[in-house]
Design a protein around this ligand. Structure first.
Ligand code: PEP
Ligand code: MG
Length: 754
């Protein structure tokens, strides 16, 4: 059965449209179970009905026409009960309904399985037999397993227009899709899908701008691949046995004019861009092979996909360079890397939208630093056909609106105006200190990552940099920067802010921050080789960075070094030893250097409970609430599926932060918070009450954080904290704090509060 399942799954995943995927399922299930009909009904949320969307066995004219209420018939019963219903003789059942339009006879055997995606019934998969029949356990298991896998496919296919779009084939307007607020602000622009197309299945639909040019591009890719194959085959001739070499001959055969090439060219000539035409051709050819009885030929389907991927790679290397961007560009993809963001010309990037990720994934953090509205975690959504669509990105509420109507667009433009008005009001605070009405000063620093952050940070009124994420500069490159290159960047930062402090965090790669030139293959990246662990295993990379930092600090003396992901005191000892070594080496080389203060991030819960031990080894602490939240709550910070469980205002997180602040103060060590909670007005009230010494936030958030600090006395904040710590539910905490903001007249900030 596994074999059958695997084949069906492969075919379904290769389908480029939902209706195609559904057609594959019903056909294959009918074949495998030898039933008279297999059909799929989907829930049309527009009017709460099931609609027959695909069938093999019933009349095709019934597709899209047969509609049942959610409580109607056996299909409705499957959905209501959310469980499999298996009836040998269905016509006896009180919920039995007969639809003559389907051409079905009065059937007897019925088996229906709900298709569920994240607790929601999205459809029902049904197999029917005109005669009585009992289905075997294997058949039941097959149907059940297919239905379980279908949930994601159906949800992805329906988002961005629902069942009606699928039926009408027309792009709907004002399609609202909810995600997670990633970075505040509103943008209206044109969608660009820039992600490197790792696989054929994710190649978007796109019209060819110039058919001849697309054909030429494709033919050049074919020629390049032919050359590569010839070279490989010649090189391996003496090393490989004959049958292993046959694969190259098979590849070459596929590239001959009769197959892949001519079909792709034919598709290009009907107006498709080369990559899309290639995708459809390869998937079609692969399917033909997959359906063959002969095992050897079935396996060749994978070779066809392999050829497709290689051709795509050649196509992409050209296509990427040619890309031109719309004036108001909305970058959209599963994830958007720092490098892709850097590719868009300055001033043209209006918004960022990711189907994956959450508020603390690094794309969102980067977007906030750049002041670009972002929506994350849209979840399953087939985005291939969104290229070129107009879209509103509402980074305040975490939603996008595809193809907005004129009225909708005007409404959002009004919101953009009021947000601008708010920022003008906040602007007035720029030169005022971050001081409570009862004269408690909180140092307010900026979080930075790229050189382009310097100007906005300085303009925002930040008193220095509380967290410089050095890895971002590494992420937009194609190889490790040299010591000299790093020196130049660090020097610019230190000079720009001097004499104010700049806290540079040593390289924190791993997790969701990977370097294209240093791949880390891990199952569980956030729990794995990350931050300080990786640096201590690669002292050559670490020492280069430390030397560059120390050299850049010469004559400036405003550098502070911060170590990420500390979970054991030995990591601090080893890091300090390397720092001292870098310092000694520089002295021996007669290069000026001084030892900067060294701090540890408190972001792994273990560190929080060893503050006393760590305090003997470091000069300051900084709480990284983004990671602390994910590790305390066991919720992957960039996994959209569990994003609703990720909450830095969870009582466990608040208690942990508070305990960290108290323990650190008992050791007479200053402590700051540099996670995203420090930029959330609700979080600021609590951190103020806890008595943190400094906050470090994205530059665009500095004015509003200052506004909150200037509106609450520390006593008032302490009082509020006490009340919050007695609450059990984050929703209650949020509501309470929002009410408090309203009371002190900061209601306008609510627009930017989740
Ligand atoms: C944190 O974890 O809170 C933090 C500030 O670091 P990063 O978000 O870069 O992991
Ligand atoms: Mg962190």
């Amino acid at each position: 059965m596994l074999d059958v399942l695997r084949r069906i799954t492969q075919e379904v995943n290769a389908a480029t449209h939902l209706d195609e995927a559904l057609a594959i399922v019903v056909r294959r299930v009918r074949e495998e179970m030898a039933v008279d009909a297999c059909s799929i009904y989907l829930v049309d949320e527009a009017d709460n009905h099931y609609v027959l969307m695909a069938t093999d066995g019933l009349r095709q004219t019934a597709v899209g026409q047969i509609r049942l209420g959610l409580q109607e018939g056996l299909v409705g019963l499957v959905g209501e009960r959310r469980e499999l219903i298996n009836l040998e003789n269905a016509s006896q059942h009180p919920r039995y309904r007969h639809f003559p339009e389907t051409g079905e006879e009065r059937f007897q055997a019925f088996i229906g399985v709900p298709v569920i995606h994240y607790r929601r019934v999205v459809g029902v998969l049904v197999a029917q037999q005109w005669a009585t029949r009992s289905f075997s356990e294997d058949e039941v298991a097959l149907l059940f397993t297919i239905a379980a896998q279908l949930g994601g496919v159906i949800s992805a296919g329906l988002r961005g227009g629902g069942v009606s779009r699928l039926r009408g084939g027309k792009k709907q307007r004002n399609v609202v899709i909810d995600g997670i607020a990633g970075a505040p602000g509103i943008a209206v622009g044109t969608v660009v899908l820039p992600s490197p197309l790792a696989n054929l299945e994710s190649v978007p639909d796109r019209k060819a701008d110039d058919i001849e040019e697309e054909e030429a591009l494709f033919r050049a890719a074919v020629a390049a691949l032919e050359k590569e194959l010839l070279e490989n085959s010649a090189r391996l001739e003496r090393l490989l046995p004959m049958d292993a070499r046959q694969i190259f001959d098979f590849y070459r055969l596929l590239l001959s004019d009769e197959g892949v090439v001519s079909d792709t060219v034919a598709r290009i000539r009907t107006g498709h861009w080369a990559a899309g035409a290639l995708r459809d051709t390869i998937l079609e050819h692969a399917r033909i092979f997959e359906r063959m009885e002969d095992n050897y030929l079935q396996v060749r389907a994978e070779d066809i996909r392999g050829i497709g991927r290689r051709l795509l790679m050649y196509l992409q290397s050209k296509d990427w360079k040619l890309k031109s961007y719309p004036k108001q560009c909305i970058l959209m993809g599963e994830e958007i890397s720092a490098a892709r963001i850097a590719d868009v010309p300055v001033g043209q990037l209006a918004g960022i939208v990711c189907t994956h990720g959450s508020v603390v994934s690094h794309t969102a953090i980067l977007a906030r630093a750049l002041g670009i509205p972002a929506v994350m975690g849209l979840g399953a959504l087939s985005i291939g056909n969104l290229e070129g669509s107009e879209m509103v990105v509402d980074g305040y509420h975490g939603r996008v609106i595809i193809q907005p109507t004129r009225v909708m667009r005007a409404e959002f433009q009004r919101l953009v105006k009021s947000a601008r008005k708010l920022s003008v009001e906040l602007e007035a605070l720029r030169h005022l200190p971050a001081e409570t009405p009862d004269s408690t000063r909180i140092a307010l620093y900026a979080n930075t990552g790229l050189l382009s952050d310097i100007a906005p940070s300085l303009e925002s009124g930040a008193e220095g940099v509380g967290l410089y994420r050095t890895e971002f500069a590494f992420m937009v490159r194609e190889s490790f920067p040299s010591e000299e290159e790093q020196y130049q960047v660090y020097r610019t930062f230190l000079e720009s802010f001097a004499p104010q402090p700049v806290t540079m965090r040593t390289l924190d790669i791993g997790g969701d921050k990977t370097l294209p030139y240093f791949p880390i293959e891990e199952e569980n990246t956030f729990m794995g080789w990350r931050g300080i662990r990786l640096m201590l295993d690669h002292p050559e990379i670490f020492l280069t960075q430390l030397r560059a930092m120390l050299r850049a600090n010469a004559g400036m003396e405003n550098l502070r070094i911060l170590l990420p992901m500390i979970s054991r005191y030995q990591e601090v000892d080893e890091a300090r030893a390397l720092l001292e070594r870098a310092y000694r080496d520089l002295q021996e080389e007669r290069q000026p250097a001084t030892m900067p203060p060294l701090g540890a991030m408190l972001e792994v819960p273990a560190a929080l409970y060893q503050i006393e031990t760590l305090a003997r080894r470091v000069d300051f602490f900084s709480i990284g609430t983004n990671d602390l939240t994910q590790y305390l709550l066991a919720v992957d910070r960039s996994n959209a599926h569990v994003a609703s469980l990720y909450d830095s205002l969870h009582p466990a997180v608040l208690n942990a932060i508070y305990e960290g602040v108290q323990r650190s103060h008992r050791c007479a060590k200053p402590i700051s918070v540099c996670g995203e909670i420090a930029g959330d007005p609700l979080g600021v009230i609590l951190l103020l009450g806890m008595g943190v010494d400094a906050l470090s936030v994205a530059a665009p958030s500095i004015p509003r954080v200052k506004w909150v600090i200037r509106a609450f006395t520390q006593n008032h904040a302490r009082e509020l904290l006490k009340q919050v710590l007695s609450m059990e539910d984050p929703t209650e905490i949020r509501q309470f704090l929002r009410g408090t903001l309203e009371e002190v007249g900061l209601g306008a900030l609510m627009q930017s509060v989740k």
